[in-house]
Design a protein around this ligand. Sequence first.
Ligand code: MG
Ligand code: ZN
Length: 526
Amino acid sequence: MNRKYFFCVILLLLSSCEKKESVKNYIYIIGDGMGPQQLGLLWSYAKYAASSPYSDKETWSEKMIKESRMTLSLTNAYHVLTTDSAASATQMASGKKTRPEIVGADYQGDSVESILEIAKSKGLKTGLVSDTRMTHATPAGFGAHEVHRKMENEIASDLIENKIDVLFSGGIRHWIPKDIKKERNHFEELKVKTFNRFKIKSKRKDNRNLLKEAEEVGYQVALSKSDLKKIKMTPVLGLFSFGSMPSGIAEERHENPNIPRLEELTKKALSLLENKNGFFLMVEAGQIDYASHNNDAGALLHEMLKFDQVVQTVYSWAKEREDTVVIITADHETGGFGMSYSSFEIPKPIPLEGNIFKGKDYQPRFQFGKMDQLDLMAKQTKTLEEIYQSWVNLKKKDQTVSYLKKIIFESTGLLLKNEELKSILKREKNNYFYEGHPTLGGKTYPQVNHLKEYYVYGEETFKNLMGHALAKYQGVTWATGTHTHTPVPLIVWGPSRIKDQFKSISHTTVWGKQMIEILKNQMSGS
Ligand code: MG
Ligand code: ZN
């Protein structure tokens, strides 16, 4: 046998032996607001903090990246430089550009088909899981079509009409009738069973009972961890809180043992969706964005740990499989977050024994960040959101510097100085007053001293001011109270022939479209 012929035979054998199972399962893990900086916080904490829960100092996201293709993706919406979550989810789900705050339609306002809907039409099962609200912008971008993200009541009915097999999140307030007391029969039982744990108040403007409507079209409804255990098949609608689900920090306090955690929802979704035709599942770690909007570094770290637990769950499920593609990415970065060096607490000189120092002192000119600042963030027991809520619930006369000092100290371990506390309480005229605007319609707001245009949430800026007062003690910095254009990581895990298609710097619409093509091609067997 000549050499040329021999190699040809070997090549033929190799190519025919290669397992070419078609890909049938598509899992998206979206960290809302998770730029490279947020991932950097998680990875630094895992490696350098004394309190790191990772015995090998390596996070699950890192383990998964080792087996993935990783690039970066731009996220901006149509004809603008940044995006919100609705446009970003719509763009990655449909591969089409759209304008900020639109859900499931392109920039001209025409409805677009999402990868979830395409998967559904090809006979795959579908699922949306989020730790925010079921009707929040990110899940909505995959399963609803509305002119604005704030139309959460309408988004709820879209999700049901779309017959999405697994719907797990919070935000029951958009699913229950306005006049909930009239609906005795249905709600008395639910109330006893589960509602006692959270407020029963509707945000609907009508008396539609979407839980009942969902049941009428075949859904099983789950409202607690114990309900969830009993669910053995799809479709299922699981709504586990009044508004958004508990934050990572709140979960650590174990106050609500009957509210499932995000990774538990993910695990359940995977077990319910697994079937011979395959499935599309989107899981959102949505509160990375909340923490980053509030410039709350401690809460952010806890959200990143929650995200990593989702990655662990998905990785454990998928790792031996050839028929699954996992995308890990973000819809945008939030907060312009960073760990940074500063003039605060410059270290004292220390002698170094090295050959060019020979006992001379080493002293950097600045403080480059201390490892124990990571432990400090991990120890935070209340989010800045919770501190803010307890503040606004006080009577005016009780809103004092000493109260604020106490609650911040109890929640973060940091004792702020009186002048730092007073700077949180200062107010100023709102230079960006906009009549009737939900967050810019007030005459005065908390005083921001730097780049105030980027703090757009009115009274809630109080949280950012707390975050800024804590920042130097935590070794962190924040650029904004909104989103940035920072390119986000795009991590693609799966068989080489799929993941190797993601080599270039991308955009949400570009990789979104690529994934739709992959799904279509795999289904047609090519
Ligand atoms: Mg979101
Ligand atoms: Zn956001």
